[in-house]
Design a protein around this ligand. Structure first.
Ligand SMILES: Nc1ncnc2c1ncn2[C@@H]1O[C@H](COP(=O)(O)OP(=O)(O)OP(=O)(O)O)[C@@H](O)[C@H]1O
Length: 766
């Protein structure tokens, strides 16, 4: 079988591409006729595809791809390659299309989005950040115009009115977090007209593995303002005096810190001889733990930066500053106390949604990414999605060199600098991937010391980053970056205008270097994929040391190797150990994902009960009808004084208030329950069972309770001049709301993770 044919057939375990490849010839055959049509006729051809329902029958699919190809050629000057059309067809069938870096996923995604939209579906194209949402929507706009479908985008700055308009377009580009926050805010409206997100249709997800797997466990949280809290300066100062190793220990994964017996004594003495585990006063221990967590586990310039007198979170996985995001309140305040900056306003969690729950709201889901096969099982388990592996347009000729393993971090760094020096002398562009921002900066400093100038990408704004990456293929460029997933720009050889392409090709293309392997092989592949785009030459090497966190924490053995004079370890069994360590780490990440999912499942069931009820109050006057029964006489009097409409309005506001209030309180209860369960039962019973055992009865009677409280409040309502002032009887909504994302832990907040997993030290057990 010819290699080109074999490549088009696809990989085992993935979607069979043959039904799609069969159509390629017919699509091409339509080209001459479509080329002769003027633009208006081409738009009409697209509109004709709207005369049927999804899914596309064979002939219509051929027509869609042919019309789409011609439209892209005219509107963008790019005629989609056959492989891009395979991607389009896979997306239209609701699959994840795996397409390598630089293969033109943006265009394939746009043609699929148009295909859905032409069939009357509302499409949300979900990006990893605002910059890409806007860029892709604007870039593809001429194509959409020609196909007669409307496109819009949403960014952090968009006003509610702009959002509403944007969501009413056929196709809306938005970042996952903006969409999530809109959905959360919509759940809190008291007037249907205030909602911005319409019913969901199709979710087309860019960088699908990053969103669906890496970010899946991240809850998006909507919080409402309550009051100011004081900085716990006392605790911040106290934990500063504790000694690592003696007073507290950090677990292997660096996720938890706990006081040792000595530490407990020290703290108890410092606080005037109190008992931290006093059953009657449980308030001190969490304060100590918060301060300790902020002091030990959250590092300045790795987890956050201090800028303009504020603590700003760095999104660890992406190495950027997350705007308008904060940690759960106690933790945010603890870090603010640690850094001695003003404590920001505190609030309470109004509601939350995980990325996974957000995506599962869509009846049809599909997406594209460069690395999906490695998580095919998870995509199937959590989202019922299959992966279609789309072959590259031109075969990839990049050489991935074996890892270079060293005994110590220092030796690894020396070797890496040496290699940078050598490769740089040839003029080849170099891209170095690091684990986090602090590491990028340290490396940049070492490179500078060695006389090598580099550009560092970290926590800057997304459009600047894109511009820097676009130039990373320039002759002699050295670029240092944190993770590459979701950076969204491919590296063209010879710079963004490719002016110097021949020289760079001749030198050997981009050399990618990993400054340590990532917690998952997919992330390694994302980095490697930056070299060897569209058949370009290129190479990749990862430098690893036994002291790297990934290896030190996850390898079964970290001693007994034989190293050369420069520290290099060449024994193949040790190199396999690195792969092993990475698989262990991948397993842990999967466990975390499963755990979040299991906890959130029950909460989701309860939430849907509340939301369904809320919807009936909001759109169908359910509150008014109930109050007319529960407070019949008062209701009738008010109707007489203020009119039926005004009473219905007041009844709606009062009922919604108590529903939302109840849900907020229930959320707080659940959060506390999770913490408490881990404190009480750790190691003895399945915490999830314990959680369910308490959470279910607590929710029983939720709706009846809210209804009773609404009746009580309604009983106090009075009409004056034909109006009812509900604020007067305590019906007040939060004065402001804000949003945050909670990263990287199983129990829905870092705070809970840390407080929750705290072990009661043996010596303190009563
Ligand atoms: N059919 C085509 N003909 C010519 N150029 C194309 C075609 N399709 C895409 N391109 C170009 O290829 C480049 C890469 O496209 P795009 O950014 O969509 O790639 P990608 O697959 O999303 O890569 P990444 O993994 O970096 O996000 C763009 O500059 C785009 O203009």
């Amino acid at each position: 079988m010819a290699e080109s044919v074999r490549r088009l057939l696809g990989k085992p375990g993935a979607v069979d591409l043959r039904p799609y490849t069969k159509l390629l010839e017919s699509i091409e055959a339509r080209e001459p006729e479509l080329r002769d049509l003027d633009d208006a006729r081409l738009t009409e051809k697209a509109a004709e595809l709207g005369n049927a329902e999804l899914p596309y029958e064979r002939d219509d699919l051929v027509e869609l791809c042919a019309v789409g190809r011609e439209a892209a050629r005219r509107a963008l000057g790019e005629r989609p390659f056959d492989v891009q059309l395979l991607g389009v067809m896979a997306l239209l069938d609701g699959h994840i299309a795996e397409m390598a870096t630089g293969e033109g996923k943006t265009l394939a995604g746009a043609l699929a989005a148009a295909g859905f939209a032409l069939r009357g579906q509302r499409v949300h194209v979900l990006s990893v950040n605002d910059y890409l949402a806007r860029r892709d929507a604007e870039w593809m706009r001429p194509l959409y115009d020609l196909l007669g479908v409307a496109v819009a985008w949403i960014g952090e700055e968009s006003t509610p009115a702009e959002r509403r308009t944007a969501y009413s377009a056929d196709i809306t580009y938005a970042s996952v977090s903006e969409l999530g926050f809109d959905v959360l805010r919509d759940r809190m409206v008291t007037d249907v007209a205030d909602r911005v997100v319409p019913d969901t249709g199709i979710a087309l997800i860019d960088e699908a593995d990053s969103v669906l797997v890496d970010e899946a466990r991240v809850p998006l949280v909507l919080a409402g303002a309550a009051e100011h809290s004081d900085a716990d300066v006392e605790m911040a100062e106290l934990v500063r005096t504790l000694k690592p190793g003696t007073d507290y220990e950090i677990d292997n994964e660096g996720r938890n810190v706990q006081l040792t017996d000595t530490g407990i004594d020290t703290v108890e003495k410092a606080l005037g001889g109190i008992d931290l585990y006093d059953e009657d006063d449980t308030s001190v221990l969490p304060r100590v733990n918060l301060a300790l967590h902020a002091h030990v586990l959250l590092q300045r310039d790795v987890h956050y930066v201090v800028r303009d007198g504020e603590v700003r979170i760095i999104n660890e996985s992406r190495g950027r500053i997350a705007l308008l995001q904060r940690w759960p309140d106690g933790l945010q305040a603890a870090v603010e106390a640690k850094e001695k900056v003003d404590v920001s306003e505190t609030g309470e969690v109004l509601d939350s949604i995980t990325v996974q729950a957000l995506v599962l709201r869509y009846p049809t889901r599909c997406g594209m990414t460069g690395t999906a096969m490695a998580v095919a099982d998870q995509l199937r388990e959590f989202y019922e999605l299959e992966v279609a592996v789309i072959p590259p347009n031109k075969p990839c000729v990049r050489t991935d060199q074996p890892d270079r393993l060293y005994a110590t971090r220092e030796e690894k760094e020396d070797a890496l600098i040496e290699e940078v020096t050598e490769v740089h002398a040839t003029g080849r562009p170099i891209l170095i991937g690091t684990q986090d921002v602090a590491e990028s900066e340290l490396l940049a400093k070492r490179l500078a010391d060695a006389g090598l100038e580099c550009v560092v990408l970290n926590a800057k704004n997304d459009s600047d980053e894109a511009a820097i990456i676009a130039e990373a293929g320039t002759h002699g460029a050295i670029t240092v970056s944190t993770q590459m997933a979701g950076r969204g720009t491919d590296i063209r050889l010879g710079g963004s205008d490719m002016a110097d392409r021949d020289r760079v090709v001749e030198a050997g293309g981009v050399h990618v270097m990993g400054y340590g392997r990532y917690p998952s092989s997919r992330l390694d592949d994302q980095l490697r994929g930056r070299a060897g785009r569209q058949g370009d030459p290129g190479t990749s090497t990862f430098f690893v040391s036994v002291e790297d966190d990934l290896v030190a924490n996850n390898a079964p053995e970290t001693r007994g190797y034989e190293a050369a004079g420069d520290g290099e370890i060449t024994d193949p069994s040790w190199l396999r150990m690195v792969d092993h360590a990475q698989r262990v780490s991948e397993g842990q990440l999967l466990d975390i994902h499963r755990n979040t999912w299991r906890y959130n499942k029950l909460i989701d069931v309860q939430r849907s009960v509340v939301l369904e009820h809320r919807e009936a109050v909001l759109t169908d006057d359910l509150g008014d009808r109930q109050l007319a029964v529960d407070c019949a006489a008062h209701h009738a009097d008010l109707v007489e004084d203020a009119g039926a409409d005004e009473v219905a309005r007041a009844a709606r506001l009062i009922t919604l208030y108590h529903l939302d209030r109840g849900w907020t309180d229930h959320n707080a209860f659940l959060a506390e329950l999770r913490e408490g369960i881990h404190l009480r039962f750790l190691g003895r019973r399945d915490p999830l069972d314990e959680f369910n055992r308490d959470a279910v009865p607590e929710f029983k009677g939720f709706l009846d309770g809210a209804r009773a409280r609404a009746a009580e409040t309604f009983g106090e309502a009075e009409a004056a001049d034909g109006a009812i002032d509900v604020a007067e009887i305590g019906v007040k909504r939060p004065s402001m709301t804000w949003t945050y994302m909670v990263h990287d832990h199983p129990f829905s907040s870092q705070l809970e993770n840390f407080v929750g997993k705290l072990k009661r030290p043996s010596g303190a057990q009563g």
